[in-house]
Design a protein around this ligand. Structure first.
Ligand SMILES: [Zn+2]
Length: 458
């Protein structure tokens, strides 16, 4: 048994009562939280004691959508100023050159960046497997860095010759996809509270996967009780594609292939109407909101305020690192708050006419990045600091130039410029300590990554 005691911090619990505890602390035993309260009410000793005076302590941030491998193709000149479909067709041939070592290295980089931004649980969506790469390569990186991973076994089966967007060289046969999906579920999926690895089945998008694979993936996932994930309603181009190819709008198509339920979450979900928001709410589908990527690719602004009003679970995702081009989850929290306000502005709504209507607050944005993400992933063991939950948290020292003069410690980290965290802890173990990664050598990872990235483009 090992215990860890955190003292004298400003604790943001994100529990149902939204409790905040100044001069608070955590008592942790064997990777789980045993007590959250004022420091004076906690035990006074433990195997390790950390005084976090002047620090804000938050539940570990939860990333609900990412493609770790894309960290190799950030800011590629030809894809810098493209919308989604042009961006994809530019990058597919580069991604086709990746090998297993590239997948591992890029995942290390993405996970390291996530950890430095306060993330403790991350969904990764790997949907092409060139040159012998496997989902195992990304999982191995998560095990080394020490973050929890929702490893999404992605897939593409609808190549150009069959009317899809990706070149035939990067799509796989449905038989091999389903066989490998079953393999990784049986080998890795852990359904228990505190799981470090869970598997998700994640056919890539309506324009890269056949209807049959969508249906079969859903059947397989439900047989094993794993969750389903895909890109949906990201752009207007996709909406047109779905109408022409399937005779449905994207959400209607999902209903057609049995992709609705509390075991399904969609990335983006920007282009939806009021009826479709009700469909998500009725069936408890989750949404991974990726504001930076949506701005970067000019995809649009997801109706997050409407989703939340309808009771739809919404979490945040940094999205693949070629459309962000970073993996900073705290920055995503800030962008979620700001872009929600932009949407209020462009719908021409005047707040002064309705005292009941408010702008998205810093605390609401943080809730999306913590408990919201946990709900989207179906992880009831993370997302808030409460007795019995996983001991996953991050801590930020508020004594910095950028926070000088801030009158609210919680709002400071969202309204202020995004910073790297000082501590990230997963299951009671330090991933980041005093601002530095402790599980991997950041410089070595970056060097290896840069070499691989250069090779892909030459
Ligand atoms: Zn994506």
């Amino acid at each position: 048994m090992t215990t860890l005691l955190i003292q004298n911090a400003y604790i943001v619990t994100m529990d149902d009562r939204q409790r905040e505890i100044p001069a608070g602390g955590l008592f942790i035993r064997d990777g789980f939280i045993e007590q959250v309260s004022a420091t004076s009410e906690l035990p006074s000793t433990a195997d390790e004691v950390l005084d976090l005076k002047d620090h804000l302590v938050l539940p570990g941030l939860v990333n609900t959508h990412h493609h770790f491998y894309q960290s190799l193709t950030r800011a590629v000149p030809a894809a810098q100023d493209a919308n989604l479909f042009n961006w994809l067709t530019t990058l597919y041939p580069l991604w086709a050159r990746m090998n297993p070592e590239d997948i591992f290295t890029s995942a290390q980089t993405a996970l390291a960046e996530l950890a430095l931004s306060g993330c403790t649980t991350a969904a990764d969506h790997l949907y092409l497997f060139p040159n012998g790469s496997r989902l195992d390569d990304a999982i191995a990186a998560a095990q080394e860095v020490g973050l929890r991973i929702q490893a999404s076994r992605g897939s593409m089966s609808l190549g150009e010759s069959k009317g899809g967007l990706p070149p035939d060289a990067v799509v796989d046969s449905e038989d091999s996809i389903l066989r490998d999906s079953q393999r990784v579920i049986e080998q890795y999926h852990d359904a228990r509270p505190g799981a470090m690895v869970q598997i998700v089945l994640a056919p890539c998008s309506p324009f890269s996967v056949t209807t049959d694979l969508m249906k079969q993936s859903a059947q397989l996932a439900r047989y094993y009780g794993v969750h389903l994930h895909t890109h949906l309603a990201e752009t207007e181009d996709e909406e047109q594609f779905c109408l022409q190819q399937f005779g449905h709008r994207p959400v209607g198509y999902m209903q057609e292939v049995d992709w609705v339920g509390d075991d399904v979450w969609f990335a983006h979900a920007v282009w939806v109407n009021d009826e479709e928001i009700k469909v998500f709410a009725k069936h408890h589908c989750g949404v991974a909101h990726c504001p930076t990527s949506n701005m970067r690719l000019a995809s649009g602004i997801a109706p997050v305020t409407a989703y939340r009003a309808a009771g739809v679970n919404v979490g945040l995702g940094v999205d693949g690192s070629a459309s962000n081009d970073g993996s900073h989850l705290l920055a995503e929290v800030r962008n979620a708050m700001l872009v929600a306000r932009v949407k209020e502005g462009i719908t021409g709504y005047s707040l002064s006419n309705d005292p009941n209507r408010t702008l998205m607050t810093a605390r609401e944005a943080l809730a999306l990045g913590t408990r919201g993400g946990a709900a989207v992933l179906g992880r009831h063991d993370v997302g808030s600091l409460e007795r019995g939950k996983c001991a996953d948290f991050c801590a930020i020292n508020l004594n910095r130039m950028g926070f000088t003069g801030m009158h609210d410690p919680v709002a400071a980290i969202v309204f202020g410029q995004p910073v790297n965290v000082d501590y990230t802890v997963v299951a009671g173990k330090f991933i980041v300590k005093e601002g530095h990664l402790v599980t991997v050598d950041a410089r070595q990872v970056a060097e290896k990554h840069n070499k691989a990235a250069k090779r892909l483009l030459n």
